[in-house]
Design a protein around this ligand. Structure first.
Ligand code: G6P
Length: 616
């Protein structure tokens, strides 16, 4: 989704800003732009399409500039066009602004400014804000010069309803940058004789590892040597400088063709990193340093509500099966966007757990804030240290899966599922789960990285199967119990990156509607487990075959499928049930990846999608 990078320093913006913008490309966008103070004048360039088009069109003169801002836009208000792309200029030409978020009262602001003679070149809500800044600047000549720029931004923000991460430059103050946030992330990069700002830490780490995460309703005034933070209501704030702990090379492709491919193959490591140091010495349970739950609070929890969006929501569904099975605590799973506006009755011993890879998804963040407002204890599982969700929660578990760049989530998903299994073990052992059962689960989990590596050996076979099925336009994914969320995830992955219509269903539900779709034109992917559900799933497979539907089956090696029961069989290693959702996910991810490649799709940047959705 929209990305911001800004720079003020003693170096030239050229490589720093565009490189930062490239590092935000993975988030999804449709146009981009840059503004710089070049030859004492505010200049800008905007382009529809990829950042490399912007890079090629940016005048060489910008390279000498030392103050600038740039942006990738994902359209919300107004079509995808150069006029609507950011930065936006005030109609007096003095200010340029980039904005993430939504200004909810922009029509009122726009009407007011129109009566004052300001004009608008775009359909966006953001352009009203830059003109409001120009208006306040003109209105208050009495403010002493050093802070007049800052104060005009502050005054404007006091009138804004909605969410924003903004960065503003002015030709009247060529060596300064003002930025602010409310509900949309913003981070300061602190370098030597330079400061950067960005909406995502990935856009900064090529210049510095020292960062300050801004909180909601904070505004910052920066020059090359210094910066000061205050609240929008003008209370000064002490900056806490933190060090980013990941290696920037983790965010680079290396020998892989796509980030999605790289991240699928990183799963053994990501899983190992997520479990490291989190098992008890006696090998019977898991523990997590950051939960901040006393043993008494742990005992009192009598209900868990998981909230999330997209792929992370599927991880929550698996948590529901696992926690209910191993810890006997009732679990509910809610779409964060629904939970937020539903006045769900909860009791005081309900614990809210948000799952989010980015830690910035606005629906999840808002749902979490709503839960906190009502007094519930909140935890999160997330992959981004210092993210808004991580900071909002009472406690949490970091995934340590490393940066995920591909829009379609892979390693972050399996890492979330693994941490949910460990959470089920942790809650289970604090209640009825026996020492022996705990030890068995810990032993199984410790084998997971190795079994994941082994499952990745199906790659070549999956690639061949992908070739065979890439031309279909519809596909069903079916599974029972813990395989049902994997069916949902499989369908989501396939539609996200290959644009094939796909649906996930509990296998038995197929008879209540989706069976009408079955024909030679609609294959089904069955996710099959051993055990009491096996014969029932086999019956569902036969129902599909009887209607000429092709069946791809993913099953553990020991699954006793009759010969010729399915068209294509992908075997994964036999393993403890608790590992199967993760192992089953691997061929499912590979299948979508290779089908998308066969169809010539842009796997890492699928159309219309954003990696991190920061607007409602
Ligand atoms: C977007 C992404 C999905 C992701 C979802 C939730 O829709 O495209 O891949 O699952 O957001 O993101 P989060 O960062 O909260 O896990």
């Amino acid at each position: 989704m929209c990305g911001i990078v800004g720079y003020v320093g003693s170096k030239k913006i050229g490589s720093r800003l565009i490189e930062g913008l490239k590092r935000l490309e993975y988030r999804g966008y449709d146009s981009s732009g840059i503004a710089a103070i070049s030859e004492k004048q505010l200049q800008f360039t905007k382009k529809v399409g990829r950042v490399k088009v912007l890079e090629q069109s940016t005048p060489k003169a910008y390279e000498n500039a030392t103050t600038g801002i740039c942006h990738t836009r994902w359209a919300t208000h107004g079509a995808v066009s150069e006029a609507n792309a950011h930065p936006h200029m005030s109609s007096d030409g003095h200010f340029a602004l980039v904005h993430n978020g939504v200004i909810e009262n922009y029509t009122q602001i726009k009407s007011f400014l129109t009566t004052k003679g300001y004009t608008f070149a775009s359909e966006t809500d953001s352009e009203t804000l830059v003109n409001l800044i120009a208006y306040h600047y003109d209105k208050e000549p009495e403010v002493k010069d050093g802070s007049r720029f800052l104060e005009s931004v502050r005054k404007s923000l006091l009138h804004v309803e909605g969410t924003f991460g903004i960065a503003v430059i002015s030709e009247l103050y060529p060596d300064e940058l003002v930025c602010a946030r409310r509900g949309s992330p913003l981070i300061i990069g602190v370098g030597k004789e330079e400061h950067l700002i960005a909406s995502d830490v990935n856009a900064i780490t090529h210049c510095t590892q020292n960062v300050v995460y801004l909180n909601d309703n904070e505004i910052v005034h920066l020059n090359k040597d210094d910066f000061s933070i205050s609240t929008i209501s003008n209370v000064s704030v002490d900056a806490v400088i933190q060090t980013v702990d990941w290696d920037t090379s983790e965010a680079e492709l290396g020998s892989f063709k796509h980030f999605m491919e790289k991240e699928i193959f990183e799963q053994p490591n990501a899983l190992e990193n997520g479990m490291r140091g989190r098992f008890s010495d006696d090998g019977s349970t898991a523990f997590f340093g950051g939960l901040n739950l006393s043993p008494q609070e742990l005992q009192q929890v009598d209900r868990l509500v998981f909230i999330a969006c997209g792929t992370a929501w599927h991880a929550c569904l698996i948590a529901e099966y696992l926690i209910e099975r191993y810890a006997r605590i009732p679990v509910e799973v809610e779409y964060a966007s629904e939970f937020r506006y539903r006045n769900a009755p909860l009791d005081k011993n309900t614990l809210i757990i948000a799952i989010s890879q980015s830690g910035e998804t606005i629906d999840t963040l808002s749902a979490l804030k709503e839960a906190k407002r009502k007094g519930y204890k909140t935890l999160s599982i997330n992959n981004s240290v210092g993210s808004s969700i991580a900071r909002e929660c009472d406690g949490g578990i970091y995934q340590h899966a490393g940066p995920e760049i591909g829009v379609a989530s892979t390693k972050a998903f399996t890492s979330q599922v693994m941490l949910c299994s460990m959470l089920a073990l942790y809650f289970g052992r604090s209640r009825n789960l026996s020492y022996a059962d705990g030890c068995e689960i810990v032993r199984a989990l410790k084998q997971l990285p190795e079994l994941t590596k082994k499952t990745l050996e199906t790659t070549e076979q999956v690639q061949k199967i992908a070739k065979k099925y890439a031309h279909y336009e519809d596909c069903l994914f079916l599974g029972r119990q813990m395989m049902f969320p994997i069916a949902l995830e499989g369908a989501l992955k396939l539609k996200e990156i290959s644009y094939i219509h796909a649906e996930g269903y509990p296998a038995a539900e197929m008879k209540h509607g989706p069976i009408a779709l079955i024909s030679e034109q609609c294959p089904s992917v069955f996710l099959t487990m051993n055990g009491e559900m096996f014969q029932k799933t086999l019956a569902n497979i036969k129902e599909i075959k009887a209607r000429k539907g092709a069946v791809i089956c993913i099953a553990p090696e020991k699954c006793d499928l009759p010969k010729d029961a399915v068209d294509d069989l992908i075997q994964i290693p036999d393993a403890h049930d608790i590992l199967l959702p993760i192992l089953m996910s691997i061929p499912v991810q590979l299948l979508s990846y290779y089908i998308a490649l066969e169809r010539g799709c842009d796997v890492d940047k699928p159309r219309n999608l954003a990696k991190s959705v920061t607007v409602e």
